[in-house]
Write a protein that binds this ligand. Sequence first.
Ligand SMILES: Nc1ncnc2c1ncn2[C@@H]1O[C@H](COP(=O)(O)OP(=O)(O)OP(=O)(O)O)[C@@H](O)[C@H]1O
Ligand SMILES: [Mg+2]
Length: 279
Amino acid sequence: MIEFKNFSFKYKNGEKNALSGINLKLNKGDFVGVIGNSGAGKSTFTYAVNGVIPHHFEGDFFGEVIVKGIDTVESSPSELALSVGSVFQDIDGQMVSSVVEDELLFGLENFGVPHEEIEARITDILEMVGIEDLRYRNISTLSGGQKQKVAICAVVSLMPDILVLDEPTAELDPQSSHQIFSMLRMLNEKMGITIIVVEQKIMLLSEFSKRLLIFNEGSIYLDGSPQEVLKDTYKLQDIGVNCPRVASLANALAERKLYEGEVPVNIDDAEVMVRNIIK
Ligand SMILES: Nc1ncnc2c1ncn2[C@@H]1O[C@H](COP(=O)(O)OP(=O)(O)OP(=O)(O)O)[C@@H](O)[C@H]1O
Ligand SMILES: [Mg+2]
């Protein structure tokens, strides 16, 4: 569904490549988590998927990025926007209306969704996400988590096949962050939307992602299921990424030959692991 072929990109004013030699295939229906240090190239990666690169940022573009069979260099930003919905790091900058309903209306009208369909789209998505009560609220009065949900609803109401989010929980507390990821999982499972999400909280990524990409200095450092990627605590430490505690525990136990199963990616699995060892 998304393919990177030997892709590299250097921003016009950049000193070195922001991304280098990216080869990657992402499948339809995937839930891909992206993590890595500041400056590793995560945002640049999202820009390459949604066409912000090369259509907004100038620079040296090598290789190819194919999204749903379309070469992003040859497509127009509006053509890509039909397939790829984006939630940027700065959601306040992304929102254009003052009232929640208008924010959704704006996108739907801009996309030329027929008028008789619009009402159903708005009700359905707000209901699905459980924020019908926010419909007539002023966006400036919403909490960070509520705003984030509205931003995601506005994009999802346009029915993209792919949803790209850059640090959607950066300003949220643990509980709201968890809610956002539960919402993404629901969109992934119920609507079949392919999710690509950049996130600093590794525990959230390990719990919700089907595939984890770890970026380091413009390259993909590790790529696999959370269980595969998290089984070497030291490899992650080497590039300054913290392993979730449940995975570090499993790795430490494995090192002492006390455990040899899969790395747990959530508390429940960790509990099963510990109970079995005690037994
Ligand atoms: N507009 C730009 N012009 C020049 N260089 C840029 C630009 N945007 C990013 N870069 C550079 O490209 C590299 C990758 O940046 P990117 O924003 O993709 O990193 P990131 O992993 O998203 O970091 P963060 O976690 O801080 O958001 C960095 O070296 C950065 O300085
Ligand atoms: Mg970034």
